[in-house]
Design a binder for this molecule. Structure first.
Ligand code: MYA
Ligand code: UBL
Length: 287
C-alpha cells in the first residue's frame, strides 16, 4: 500500500544521506554533532512512524497501539549510547487506572517514557504534535490525547472526558505537568490539569522523575554525547476523598517530592556533584 507516493522514497534517501554522513561526525565540532544527532533523532522517529502506521491502522485508533510505538522506539537509546536505569517500577499499581506525572526536559524524554510505559497508558500531548507528519498520525492511531494549550477551556473539557475514559476503558494517562520542555534543570511550576483529572476520576497519581540530562545533553551548549539517565517511579499518591479545592496543595506536594528526587538523582553536566545543590546552582536560582 503506497501511503504517499514518493514521500517514503524521499524519506529513505534522506536517511541514507544521514547514514553516509555518519563517519564524518567524528571530525565535526560538538555543535555539529548536536545538530546531526537531533536531526537524525527526529528523522528516525518520523521514519519509524511511517512503518508503524500500517500496523497500527489495522486496529484503528486504539490505546493498544501504544505497545507498537513503544517496541519501535526502545532501541533508540542504544543508537545514542544512553543507559536508562529504572528504579521503583514496583510502585506501579497493578491493573487499575491512574495518572502518571513526569518532568519534561526534552524530546529525549521519550526514551525514558518508553522504558517504563505501563500497558494501556497514553500521553497527553500538545496539539501541534498532531501535525508532526507521520509521528502525528502514529500518535493519533495510538490514542494519544491532544490538547490545545492556548484554549484552556477546550483543554479542560478534553481532560474531563479523559477522566471518564480512565474508568470506563481501564486506561492510564501520562501527563507532563510542566506543560512544556524545561531545558534549565529544576522544575517549572506545575499546571493543575493532571491533578484535577486524577481527583475527578478518584484514581492515584504516579509521579515519575527522569534525572537531569546535563551530563550528556544540553540544548544551550549544543552538547549531545552519550551518558546515563535514571527513571525513578515514586509511590502512588492517592486521591480518594479529595475535591477540586485540594488540587493546588496536591500539585505543590507532588512537585516538591519530585524536585527532591530530581536533585538526588541528577548530577551536573561536568560530572561534578549535584548541580542543583551548589549555592546559586541552576535549580536553586529558579526555586
Ligand atoms: C514512532 C512515532 C513516535 C511516537 C511518539 C509516541 C509518544 C508521544 C509523546 C508525546 C509527548 C508530548 C508531551 C507534550 O506535548 S507536553 C505539552 C502538553 N501537556 C500539557 O500541557 C500538560 C497538561 N496541561 C494541563 O493539564 C493544564 O492544566 C491545562 C492545559 C489543562 C490548562 O493549562 P493552563 O495553562 O490554563 O494552567 P492551569 O493548569 O493553572 O489551569 C488554569 C485554571 O484551570 C483550572 N483547571 C485546570 N485543569 C482543570 C480541569 N481538568 N478541571 C477543572 N479545572 C481545571 C486550574 O485549577 C486553574 O484554575 P485555578 O486553580 O487557578 O483557579
Ligand atoms: C514536536 C512536535 C512539533 C513539530 C515538530 C516537527 C518534527 C517532529 C519530528 C518528529 C517528532 C518526534 C516525536 C517526539 C515526541 C516528543 C515530542 C516533544 O517532546 O514535544 C515537545 C512538547 O512536549 C512540548 O513542546 P514545547 O516544549 O512546548 O515546545
Amino acid at each position: 500500500m503506497e501511503l504517499w507516493p514518493g514521500a517514503g522514497t524521499l524519506l529513505l534517501l534522506l536517511l541514507l544521506l544521514l547514514l553516509l554522513l555518519l563517519p564524518t561526525l567524528w571530525f565535526c565540532s560538538p555543535s555539529a554533532k548536536y545538530f546531526f544527532k537531533m536531526a537524525f533523532y527526529n528523522g528516525w522517529i518520523l521514519f519509524l512512524a511511517v512503518l508503524a502506521i500500517p500496523v497500527c491502522a489495522v486496529r484503528g485508533r486504539n490505546v493498544e497501539n501504544m505497545k507498537i510505538l513503544r517496541l519501535m522506539l526502545l532501541h533508540i537509546k542504544y543508537l545514542y549510547g544512553i543507559r536508562v536505569e529504572v528504579r521503583g517500577a514496583h510502585h506501579f499499581p497493578p491493573s487499575q487506572p491512574y495518572v502518571v506525572v513526569s518532568n519534561h526536559q526534552s524530546s529525549l524524554d521519550l526514551l525514558g517514557m518508553m522504558e517504563v510505559l505501563p500497558g494501556r497508558c497514553v500521553p497527553i500531548a500538545k496539539r501541534e504534535l498532531l501535525w508532526a507528519g507521520s509521528a502525528g498520525l502514529a500518535c493519533w492511531l495510538a490514542g494519544v490525547i491532544f490538547i490545545d494549550r492556548k484554549r484552556t477551556g477546550d483543554a479542560i473539557s478534553v481532560m474531563s472526558e479523559v477522566a471518564q475514559t480512565l474508568l470506563t476503558q481501564d486506561v492510564r494517562v501520562w501527563v507532563f505537568p510542566e506543560g512544556t520542555r524545561n531545558h534549565n534543570g529544576s522544575m517549572l511550576p506545575f499546571k493543575r490539569g493532571a491533578f484535577h483529572l486524577a481527583v475527578q476520576a478518584q484514581v492515584p497519581i504516579v509521579p515519575i522523575v527522569m534525572s537531569s540530562y546535563q551530563d550528556f545533553y544540553c540544548k544551550k551548549e549544543r552538547r549531545f554525547t552519550s551518558g546515563r539517565c535514571q527513571v525513578r517511579v515514586l509511590p502512588p499518591v492517592p486521591t480518594e476523598g479529595l475535591t477540586p479545592d485540594d488540587v493546588p496543595a496536591l500539585a505543590d506536594r507532588v512537585r516538591h517530592s519530585m524536585l527532591t528526587v530530581f536533585r538526588e538523582i541528577s548530577t551536573d553536566g561536568r560530572g561534578g556533584g549535584d548541580y542543583l545543590k551548589k549555592p546559586g546552582g541552576v535549580g536553586e536560582a529558579r526555586l
